[in-house]
Design a protein around this ligand. Structure first.
Ligand code: GLA
Length: 716
């Protein structure tokens, strides 16, 4: 008995001793905790990631899940976060905890840095975590530095490594192609690795988007279950590695794709990785989405809390076939619509090689005299006369071989001088690792803005991945190209933003080939897809909506698709509304309808652009779709409902709203009707309680294909 008591005492003492010696580092938001512990061996381990743990005393019992930033060459057998070669040829790294500090950088934002060091080599790795309390978002990145005599070679340099532990893992990826972006596929993960990556360089997301969602134990649901949403803020090659080990634990490595990108790091140079941003929700995908939207509007997206302009674009309306008169007529059409801006697209530049098709002229940013004899200035003036803004398209990072720029500056072009050139959309990528090229790209915007200060908006395109991969500038450092090129692109974005902080810009890349939160720090919106067929757009907008607030997603009403104009418009009104269509070719009723739709959209700005979004019925599950938006005060909401291609005489259940105040009463009114028609929806114009709308719902679906309804829901 005495012996047993003694043993127990020793155990308790030992537990107390090890607890006191184990430093705990908590990264917390209002509902999420990420916890690290320094083990007695001095190394840093993740011990928890999930729903907020509130009792400090429990933390001592959490088991180690895996090393925080796995290194190569030690006892772990799986993918490392970092691998480097030292000056003496030694390829290993062992990181020990040195210190950490946390500071409040804004009322709801706390930044933690954990410093790690190798005891045998002068290598430091700092892990940064920025926790946004209210939005439950954690942003993390890593800085790597050394003081060896000569450069060390970095082979792997992840932004983040996260460990999860569950019986089952379900990964949703977002993949596709041009005009077919962000198709969602959910797949179970079993032992081994699943990679999501890109090697396209500049139009990097054309096939695969830099975000994923991961559901624990069961397939992801909208309002239940544990899910992690993650995205890498990097406009170039990225890689996510999902690796399930022999203990069924999952490691998620996120960062720049190390493919062909080993980096020679100079002594004392800091290698800063891109940011990996994630949220964890114990209430399904809907909450994770709203976390991301709120965070993006408040902390990431350019002008995230400012209004957006509606516009009329001329790309699908004219393609390259326009002149000054035609454009001025289209400006009149913009006035008819009541939109804020006219946006001039591709085809306005080049003289030796006029940009009359995508085969030539890219790189020569002087206005085509034959087409626009009075220049851009005249167009700005005409827009101003009509009291609308003027925006312009550029694709400044690219060049057609048939251009004066290519003739003058082949040394600025990424290409292999001893091989035939391979073109994507007849063009090549300029070498943005070269500071001179950065200056040149900056000057395209700067010259336009200096000459025509009335320009109020840019659409910045990027239509080609990097082909013929060789930088004339980097010479013997070719493996830096993918990284330094993207850094060069950011240098230009930064300069443009510093000089023109109030200039809204659209990020475009042959559709949605660029959609990441680093680029969006400099852009007010992006173009999710060249595919503007509304049925396709329902799916594309649905996919992107998981991460991006709708005010960042441009959606235009066009003639692509044969659906009724109302259906096309209703789909575009779920995002940042624009038009790209000949208004004069519409019937009078259609013109009135579009004009009223613009008015409705502006009236609904506080809901659609600033509100919370709820995905109610998924087009992936039914031949219907429904989305709702609710403003912060819960006194104004809007419900969008679409019948895509339903079966004959299909029976549908009412759609239940979300996000309302159950105690409040709301008036429900169908809006956006074609002139001369009235609502056929049962219950239109009635007052319901929030409880009823959320529990019983409204009968908004029919079995008529490509029909749509928008219901405005207003507190009484
Ligand atoms: C890309 C864009 C389009 C349009 C064309 C112009 O494809 O995605 O919206 O601007 O370029 O060439």
């Amino acid at each position: 008995m005495k012996n047993r008591l003694f043993m127990l005492l020793c155990l308790l003492l030992f537990a107390g001793y090890s607890m006191a010696n184990e430093k705990v580092i908590r990264i917390s938001t209002d509902r999420v905790s990420l916890i690290y512990k320094v083990a007695p061996n001095g190394r840093l381990y993740q011990v928890y990631l999930g729903k907020q743990l509130t009792q400090d005393s429990d933390i001592a019992y959490l088991p180690e899940m895996g090393e925080a930033y796995l290194t190569h060459g030690m006892e772990d057998y799986y993918e490392p976060a970092i691998r480097m070669l030292h000056n003496d040829g030694n390829p290993s790294l062992l990181l020990k905890y040195v210190s950490h500090e946390t500071k409040q950088t804004a009322p709801d934002v706390r930044e933690t840095v954990i410093r790690l060091r190798d005891e045998n080599y002068p290598v430091e790795v700092n892990l940064f975590f920025i926790a946004y309390a209210k939005q439950d978002i954690i942003k993390t990145y890593t800085e790597i530095k050394h003081a060896e005599k000569k450069p060390v070679t970095l082979y792997n340099y992840a932004s983040s490594l996260l460990h999860l532990s569950a019986d089952h893992y379900f990964l949703t990826e977002f993949s596709g192609d041009w005009a077919h972006e962000v198709n969602m596929t959910e797949l179970p993960l079993a032992y081994g690795k699943k990679l999501l990556d890109t090697k396209l360089g500049s139009r990097a997301d054309m096939f695969c988007s830099p975000f994923f969602l991961l559901s624990l134990d069961r397939k992801a649901e909208e309002n239940n279950g544990d899910v992690l949403f993650g995205t890498i803020s990097w406009t170039g090659n990225f890689r996510f590695t999902f690796e399930v080990d022999h203990l069924n634990k999952l490691r998620i490595l996120s960062g720049i794709n190390p493919y062909a990108s080993e980096y020679a790091l100079q002594p004392n140079e800091v290698f800063r990785t891109p940011e990996f941003v994630f949220t964890y929700s114990a209430e399904g995908k809907g909450l994770a989405t709203r976390n991301f939207h709120r965070w993006a509007r408040n902390y990431d997206l350019k002008d995230g809390n400012k209004p957006r302009m509606t516009l009329l674009n001329n790309w699908e309306a004219t393609y390259f076939d326009f002149d000054e008169n035609k454009l001025v007529t289209i400006m009149d059409e913009a006035v008819k619509l009541g939109v804020d801006m006219f946006l001039l697209d591709d085809g306005w530049f080049g003289n030796k090689y006029p940009r009359s098709s995508d085969r030539q002229g890219l790189g020569d940013w002087d206005v085509t005299k034959d087409k626009l004899p009075n220049g851009v200035g005249k167009l700005v003036e005409e827009a101003q006369k009509r009291n609308i803004k003027f925006g312009i398209w550029i694709e400044p990072e690219m060049v057609n071989p048939k251009s004066e720029l290519y003739e003058k500056h082949k040394d600025w072009v990424i290409h292999l001088s001893n091989r035939d050139e391979y073109y994507f959309r007849n063009q090549l990528v300029l070498d943005l690792s070269n500071p001179k090229v950065q200056d040149y790209v900056f000057s395209i915007v700067d010259n336009l803005m200096t000459r025509y200060p009335g320009i109020a908006y840019f659409k910045w395109d990027c239509n080609s991945p990097i082909t013929n991969i060789y930088s004339p500038y980097l010479k013997d450092k070719q493996s830096h190209l993918y990284v330094d090129h993207v850094r060069g692109v950011y240098n230009v974005f930064k300069r443009v933003n510093e000089k023109y902080p109030n200039l809204p810009m659209m990020l475009c890349s042959g559709g949605g080939g660029r959609s990441d939160f680093e680029a969006l720090k400099y852009f007010t919106e992006f173009w999710p897809s060249d595919n503007t067929d509304p049925v396709e757009r329902i799916f594309i907008q649905w996919g992107f909506s998981h991460f991006f607030p709708v005010k960042s997603m441009a959606a235009h009403v066009t003639s692509w698709g044969k659906q009724p104009l109302k259906f096309r418009t209703d789909v575009a009104m779920m995002c940042k509304l624009g038009f790209d269509i000949r208004v004069n070719e519409m019937t009078e009723e259609e013109q009135t309808f579009c004009h009223d739709a613009v008015k409705n959209f502006k009236r609904l700005n506080d809901v659609v652009l600033e509100g919370d979004m709820y995905r109610l019925v998924s087009p992936y599950e039914k031949e219907h779709a429904a989305m709702a938006y609710v403003n912060e005060k819960k006194d104004h909401a809007v419900l969008f409902a679409f019948d895509i291609y339903p079966r004959y005489a299909e029976q549908n259940q009412p759609v239940k709203m979300q996000g309302l105040d159950p105690q409040a009463n709301y008036k429900v009114e169908e809006i956006n009707l074609m002139p001369g028609t009235s609502s056929r929806l049962r219950g239109n114009g009635q007052v319901y309680s929030g409880e009823f709308l959320m529990t019983v719902g409204l009968p908004v679906f029919s079995s008529r294909s490509t029909t749509s309804h928008i219901l405005e829901i207003t507190r009484r």
